[in-house]
Design a protein around this ligand. Structure first.
Ligand code: PRP
Length: 561
């Protein structure tokens, strides 16, 4: 059929229109000129690379994120999924006559399927500008690159931003000290990254530690790790936490880099975060991210990755960063709406707006949430009875409520249009977004279960298909895959108990609170998956840009627990 409205690009890809082209070109040219003037020579690498480059070692990229194609001889190729690995490959294979240090910059696109765990953070076609400094391992090199990152963002015209700096060696030292296996350490890394204290406690419950005393000592340290952010004083607190040589070396290194940046007069842009433990198999030292209150996602990320050049045949130190150009353009448009950029949406707080925007699930969780907030001293009068309004402020102007569908709470928080939200653990597990899970609010308690008719379930297990009706297709897929049970998922929006009654499914996977709905429909719990309760989740950038307000909210809720 002829498309009468014209063809649009495929899902996830965007056209650049003339006005946006001018802004983007101006930004690219400015950054390229800056990097060149600081000694970072420009390079371009091919759009296509060998699949083997991203298959293993420090440059490994999950297969699910790579766009693949084939060469005429049948070998697998990938569309560039990352800029650092090709830049380092080029330096190792093509610049062999150039003695280190080697300084390179690039401005080019990468193509990645969105990450399941960070859908909002990852578009498909990402335009990046970045630098790599190869052949140096001293703190001066880290400081040089971070200073250049700050200069680059400043030169773009963005005024409100900060650079969070961490050191992955601190976490690795703690894992060595705890003697956790690689699998447990990776699980722990994800929990620390999510600032999920409850999850850390539960994970340690199964860990093979020598004694209960040891377990509680490690648990209390790991629970503190996510809170180790702020000014340079966070380093002192970290020093008190661990005397392990690897931890101490990491903190000394971070201190040295911080001091060098302070000497350059850049302290006002810096913040420490020792709970920043992303990609620990790739990064080997300093890690950093650029954050702005205008966005819910980092606009820049970087760090030291000394293992990559060695894996590509030329051992040498390496540190670099990449700026997400589309994120930076969005932030610029929001900071200066008159410049013709993206307008701030109605829910995006500005200086005069309430400090913390809270996404609250409408429906059965709403009343418990408001009751919990009221005990913490927050007036929810209007939010309880908003009429058809979806955005309501508390009388003090400190909290702005956004009333959303329960399954959408993580989406609003992940995108940063809400700073925080209250959502059931079931929804958080299903959405699996990179949010900070700061508190178990002890409300909305229920159980996530497989339920149905026992006999029917047993018959279905022997049949060719086992059909599961659910509002939680991702959880169902993972739960049954782990036990090797092939299933057909029937995704429904509600009243899931109906499905087995009318033969649409064999069982359901759903939350059970009183058990009344199951009972009324002649069904029963076949297996309990986990307990569920509502959690306070916070956007990763909001926690850094609105630290005091969010900490005050958490404290008020904690005290009244
Ligand atoms: C939830 C859940 C069950 C029911 C369980 O549905 O999906 O259907 O509550 O509660 P119970 O054990 O106390 O009976 P909800 O009421 O949120 O509506 P929905 O089915 O339309 O999603």
């Amino acid at each position: 059929m002829i498309n009468t409205t014209g063809f649009l690009p495929p899902q996830g890809f965007i056209d650049t229109l003339p006005d946006d082209y001018v802004r983007a070109a101006h930004l690219r040219n400015g950054l390229s000129a800056l990097f060149t003037s600081r000694g970072y020579a420009g390079i371009e690498t091919p759009l296509i690379e060998s699949h083997s480059l991203f298959q293993s070692g420090p440059s490994r990229m999950p297969e699910s994120r790579q766009w693949k194609t084939y060469a005429p001889d049948g070998s697998i190729l990938v569309i560039r999924p990352d800029n650092t690995t090709p830049a380092v490959r080029l330096a190792c294979a093509r610049l062999t006559n150039l003695p280190p240090p080697i300084r390179l910059h690039y401005i080019q696109t990468v193509l990645r399927y969105p990450s399941m765990s960070a859908p909002a953070a990852s578009g498909v076609e990402l335009r990046q500008a970045g630098v790599e400094l190869l052949g140096e391992t001293a703190p001066e090199a880290d400081a040089e690159v971070i200073a250049l990152a700050i200069e680059a963002i400043r030169s773009s015209g963005l005024e409100s931003f900060q650079i969070d700096i961490g050191q992955v060696g601190f976490f690795k030292g703690m894992m060595d000290e705890a003697g956790l296996t690689d699998i447990d350490a990776e699980r722990m890394r994800a929990l620390v990254e999510a600032k999920n204290s409850l999850g850390i406690t539960l994970a340690l419950r199964d860990a093979p530690l020598s004694s209960e005393g040891e377990r509680s000592r490690i648990a209390s340290r790991l629970q503190t790790l996510p809170t180790l952010f702020g000014g340079i004083e966070a380093l002192d607190e970290a020093r008190r936490m661990s005397g392990h040589p690897r931890c101490r070396a990491a903190l000394d290194n971070l201190d040295a880099v911080y001091s060098l940046l302070r000497e350059r007069g850049l302290e006002r842009y810096l913040s420490i975060d020792l709970g920043m433990v992303q990609s620990i198999n790739y990064y080997t030292g300093i890690v950093f991210r650029g954050l702005t209150g205008h966005l819910g996602q980092p606009l820049l990320s970087g760090g030291r990755y000394d293992d990559l050049p060695a894996a590509l045949g030329r051992p040498m130190g390496a540190v670099g960063f990449a700026i997400e150009l589309d994120q930076l353009l969005t932030a610029l448009g929001r900071e200066n709406p008159d410049s013709g950029g993206d307008r701030v949406s109605v829910a995006q707080p500005d200086d005069a707006a309430p400090l913390v925007t809270l996404a609250v699930a409408k429906g059965r969780l709403a009343l418990d949430t408001f009751a919990r907030l009221e005990v913490a001293g927050i007036d929810c009068g209007e939010a309880r009875d908003p009429g058809r309004k979806l955005i309501v402020d508390d009388p003090t102007g400190r909290i702005r409520f956004m009333l959303v569908k329960p399954c959408d709470v993580p989406t609003y928080v992940d995108h940063g249009v809400a700073d925080a939200g209250v959502a059931g653990k079931d929804t958080l597990m299903e959405e699996n977004r990179p949010l900070y899970e700061l508190l178990d609010l002890d409300i909305g308690k229920c159980r996530l279960c497989v339920a149905g008719n026992e006999e029917r379930h047993r018959e279905a297990l022997r049949a060719a298909t086992y059909r599961v009706a659910t509002k939680y297709p991702n959880i169902a897929r993972e739960f049954f895959a782990r036990r090797g049970q092939p299933i057909e998922i029937i995704a429904l929006g509600g009243s899931v108990e109906l499905a087995p009654l009318v033969g649409l499914s064999d069982v359901i996977l759903d939350i059970v609170e009183s058990g009344g709905t199951l009972k009324a429909n002649g069904l029963s719990v076949l297996e309990e998956i986990c307990a569920v309760s509502a959690r306070l989740v916070v956007n990763r950038v909001s926690l850094k840009t609105k630290t005091a307000a969010i900490r005050a909210l958490v404290k008020a809720l904690e005290v009244t627990q």
